[in-house]
Design a protein around this ligand. Structure first.
Ligand SMILES: [Zn+2]
Length: 209
């Protein structure tokens, strides 16, 4: 019975998508170790940011199911938002120089994990006050994009819980696990809180959500 419910929740094609996401997390970081990437500051920054973007894209593609043009646009937006977190390096450095951006003495503002629920609530309130049906999922897209970015960065420096300080670095094995679980948790939250019926997870039994 429990096994049947699990299969309903994660049909094998979807399970493969989640598993491959975890594999990509590890493969991407392994590729970053290649000498011709790790020794070149610009290439390293592009590859690092590209991996953040792909993880964001991948996460929301698992949430949306990529069945409509809106699903595709939301997925692209999630990738862009995940990549955009690192813009704060340039904002904090007040410079377009990559060297300046990567030589900050403290962590830049978009990397504060405590900011995510604050901005998500602000977006939710804005959409509630000014209903925009196509942007209903924006707070969740934003949260998945930024949290997936923070989790990956957290393996090096921990999560920055401003103003309380930082957690210790996240164990590396935990990062692909959390990244894989993130889209699944998002779908369950969307179904239970917003009453949104995800097409791809429409078979989730109600007692599970
Ligand atoms: Zn970052």
């Amino acid at each position: 019975m429990v096994a049947n419910r699990f299969i309903d929740l994660l049909p094998w094609k979807r399970f493969l998508g989640f598993a491959l996401l975890g594999c990509f997390c590890c493969a991407g970081d392994t590729a970053m170790q290649l000498p011709w990437i790790s020794r070149n500051m610009a290439l390293r920054a592009i590859a690092d940011n590209g991996i953040h973007a792909v993880i964001g894209l991948w996460c929301w593609s698992l949430v949306s199911g990529l069945q409509t043009i809106d699903d595709v646009l939301q997925t692209i937006l999630c990738g862009v938002l995940s990549s955009a977190v690192d813009l704060d390096h340039f904002i904090a450095a007040k410079s377009f120089s990559l060297k300046d951006a990567l030589s900050l003495k403290s962590r830049p503002p978009f990397h504060a994990t405590t900011l995510i629920p604050v901005i998500a609530c602000f977006l939710k309130l804005s959409i509630y006050l000014h209903p925009m049906p196509r942007l209903q999922n924006l707070p969740w897209i934003f949260s998945v994009a930024w949290f997936s970015h923070h989790i990956r960065d957290g393996t090096r420096r921990g999560l920055w819980m401003w103003p309380f300080g930082s957690t210790p670095p996240i164990p590396y094995w935990l990062y692909p696990m959390v990244t894989m679980v993130l889209p699944l948790v998002t779908v369950v939250i969307l179904q239970s809180m917003d009453g949104k019926k995800s097409r791809t997870f429409a078979t989730i039994p109600q007692q599970l959500v």
